[in-house]
Design a protein around this ligand. Structure first.
Ligand code: PHE
Length: 425
């Protein structure tokens, strides 16, 4: 049954052909893990705030996740055909309203209202995605930005940024940065002088290096206290810079950190494009912004193996964490997992992987650990496409019985058939 309105966060919204937010996702709105001081997501938030608030950043933690499509995408210059806008990637409440997909949705209002040079936003964000150890349809991000005004500094703008750069403390980490400050493939904004663009990039990178140095020294101490003998723990942390692309920053980069034998992508960022400040009514300003995934960071720093754990109310999880501290997560023994395959012929209009994921999620919830497409082929004569998905069931809290897994699997197959028009093989 298609209802003509839906209740999200205590407010009623008109639905239309864009509505695709299911009840299980609506239920996650308002959990506010980032505001719980003893929860790993809240701990990472405070760690970053503790480092940056003294440097002039105002923290915001209470924005509602329900935003306009305009704020989330248009105002930042997302091209019309950007995949992020599609119904298969984003939870729409209706054609104009959605669950924000990133904290950048609030950049413009924060630029407008913040009285200090910078701000931080921590918030829950939502994305339709695959199901595995590191992806959950709701997660948390922290965004930070720093602004300088030409009206304030006049032709001393570059000097002002340089002075702020020189005042930043040393990060104590070992940095590899082979990139030019900007170039044709990652250009400076036409409105910025070469000097200003270069300085903004340097100030941004140094600030992020400081935050990384801080977070990872806490994680190193935790790993050493836990008896790890990894020799890297006694060497300076290694970071490297790679180039990136975001519609509203240029040049853009990502930072990677060397941790437990691999390079990990930690945060995306860049020099804010002038059209963003223009939209904010602040054409005289320049600055930078970054975004960091809090779950991803918490999994790395605390050693949490499965993203579902952050939503668990199990005291075996929650009782391990203390405000202000990075500690090593002690897993309890893993309950057994069991897999079921479903193979089907796709309908003519094809099937989007994220739609399969949504059906599995709405029937299996947190009992599903992973879903993967294990086989795909096109029949040479009929031209029909066949897909096979393997669904792995595993509870973090108890052992599952075959009967309950079979019942979930049956309902998943039922919904795939009735909602996506697949034909089971
Ligand atoms: N919002 C971006 C993301 O979700 C991260 C980002 C924030 C990039 C700010 C640039 C500036 O990946």
């Amino acid at each position: 049954i298609r209802r003509n309105s839906v209740l999200v966060g205590g407010k009623e919204y008109k639905t239309d052909e864009w509505t695709n937010v299911p009840p299980a996702i609506i239920d996650l709105v308002g959990r506010n893990l980032h505001r719980q001081p003893n929860h790993p997501i809240g701990i990472i938030r405070s760690l970053i705030e503790k480092r940056l608030v003294p440097l002039g950043f105002t923290p915001y933690n209470e924005f509602s996740p329900i935003v306009s499509k305009y704020k989330n995408f248009d105002s930042l210059g997302f091209p019309e055909d950007h995949p992020g806008r599609s119904k298969s990637d984003t939870y729409y409440i209706n054609k104009d309203t959605l669950l924000r997909t990133h904290t950048s949705a609030h950049e413009i209002e924060c630029f407008q209202t913040t009285k200090t040079p910078g701000y931080l936003i921590a918030a829950d964000v939502y994305r339709r995605d695959t199901i595995d150890r590191t992806h959950y349809p709701a997660f948390h991000q922290m965004e930070g930005a720093r602004t300088w005004s030409k009206t304030e500094h006049g032709d001393k703008l570059a000097d002002a940024i340089r002075a702020d750069l020189e005042a930043l403390p040393d990060s104590g980490i070992q940095v590899e940065d082979p990139n030019l400050p900007f170039h044709a493939g990652n250009p400076k904004e036409p409105a910025h002088s070469e000097e200003v663009s270069t300085l903004l990039g340097q100030h941004l990178k140094r600030t992020i290096e400081i935050v990384m140095g801080d977070m990872f020294s806490a994680a190193k101490a935790a790993a050493i206290a836990n008896g790890s003998t990894d020799p890297d723990l006694h060497k300076p942390l290694k970071a490297r810079w790679i180039e990136a692309y975001f519609p509203w920053t240029s040049p853009s980069w990502e930072i990677e950190i060397w941790w437990k034998g691999e390079w990990l992508e930690m945060s995306g960022m860049g020099v804010v494009r002038q059209h963003v400040y223009d939209t904010a009514g602040m054409s005289d300003c320049v600055g930078w912004a970054f975004g960091i995934g809090l779950e991803r960071t918490a999994m790395i720093l605390f050693g949490v193996p499965d993203i579902r754990l952050f939503w668990s109310k199990d005291p075996r999880f929650l009782d391990q964490f203390t405000a202000g501290k990075v500690t090593n997560f002690e897993p309890w023994s893993k309950y057994p997992s069991t897999s079921r395959d479903v193979a089907f012929w796709c309908p003519e209009q094809d099937v989007h992987e994220n739609d399969v994921m949504e059906i599995v999620r709405s029937r299996g919830g947190d009992l599903v650990e992973n879903v993967s497409l294990v086989d795909e082929f096109v029949h040479p004569k009929t031209n029909r496409k066949s897909q096979c998905y393997r669904i792995t069931y595993q509870s973090m809290e108890r052992s599952l019985t075959n009967d309950e897994v079979n019942a979930i699997q049956t309902s998943v197959v039922h919904d795939l058939t009735s909602q996506l028009g697949i034909e089971v093989r």
